[in-house]
Write a protein of this length. Structure first.
Length: 292
């Protein structure tokens, strides 16, 4: 049975090959060669990298709410609402997510889907209708969210791989290693048809223009991929890593960028999938085809 894992990484574009401004050019990870001329080669585990437009044909800097809606719904959301919208989904974007979320489309086809990240009860109570595009997309499919208790049961992961972020905020959750998170995510992928994982620290490092933090994140992300990919059955699973807009690949500015974003694809039918993706709003339709 075909499976898809979507690794959503916030705020990662394809930048210049300049070690002073692009931490990916400085680090030169074979998994994340997100600098000019670095993405012509194949990725470890026979992956391919497709430069992907994130602007939806609209002027201005691409933003998170519209970009994530495009990624998780397969629609040119910025065109639909007339501009790029930052932060969490606006009321108009919430309507689009509720109607077009990939989770909802999969539910309608009788397939199973999950968002692997653990969320706290406080998160839902504090934000109400203002939850993230990822959490809302999952809710639109009627699938139950994974909560902090699931971390104790090794049945969910955190966006930082280690749960340090939650522990620093005073939540009683276990500390994970990156290897443990990779193992847990591989098991979750095995249990469903479609799994979404969200990595958000890259956008924050980009806004802070923090080069050292950015290098650490690249190291963590490549370690995670190196541990995760061998544990997946890539004969039946397609893994897609993509982003909503550029940011961390150019630390000379604290804003997002209009750069293409990387879409990295591994596993089942990866060449065929790659041929269908030129813009972020084409990722959901491609996932649906892979799962048909
Ligand atoms: Zn941002």
């Amino acid at each position: 049975m075909a499976k898809v894992l979507l690794l959503f990484c916030d705020g990662i574009g394809l930048g210049m090959d300049e070690a002073a401004s692009n931490p990916f050019a400085k680090f030169r990870s074979p998994y994340l060669p997100f600098y000019q001329n670095g993405y012509d080669t194949s990725l470890p585990h026979d992956g391919i990298l497709i430069p992907t437009a994130a602007d939806m044909g609209m002027p201005g800097l691409p933003q998170s709410a519209t970009g994530q809606t495009a990624l998780f719904c397969g629609v040119a959301s910025a065109q639909m609402v007339g501009r790029h919208i930052s932060g969490f989904p606006s009321p108009s974007l919430r309507k689009i997510i509720d109607a077009h979320s990939i989770f909802r489309k999969l539910r309608d086809k009788g397939r199973t889907a999950t968002f692997a990240n653990a969320l706290s009860q406080d998160y839902f109570e504090r934000l109400g209708e203002r939850i993230s595009a990822t959490a809302r997309a999952q809710r639109a499919g009627g699938f139950a969210p994974r909560m902090l208790d699931d971390l104790h049961r090794f049945n969910a992961v955190s966006h930082d791989f280690t749960n340090s972020f939650l522990r620093k905020r005073g939540y009683n959750v276990p500390q994970f290693t990156i290897a443990q998170s990779a193992e847990i995510l591989a098991r979750i992928v095995d249990e469903v048809d479609f799994c979404l994982f969200e990595f958000i620290l890259s956008d924050q490092a980009g806004h802070k223009q923090d080069f050292e933090v950015a290098l650490g994140l690249i190291d963590n992300l490549q370690n995670f991929l190196a541990q995760l990919l061998p544990q997946l059955d890539l004969q039946q699973t397609t893994v897609i890593l993509s982003s909503d807009h550029g940011n961390m690949e150019d630390l000379s500015v604290k804003t997002h960028t209009r750069n293409f974003v990387p879409t990295c694809i591994w596993g089942r039918n990866h060449h065929q999938a790659a041929s269908q993706i030129a813009a972020i709003e084409q990722i959901t339709p491609t996932i649906l085809k892979l799962l048909d």
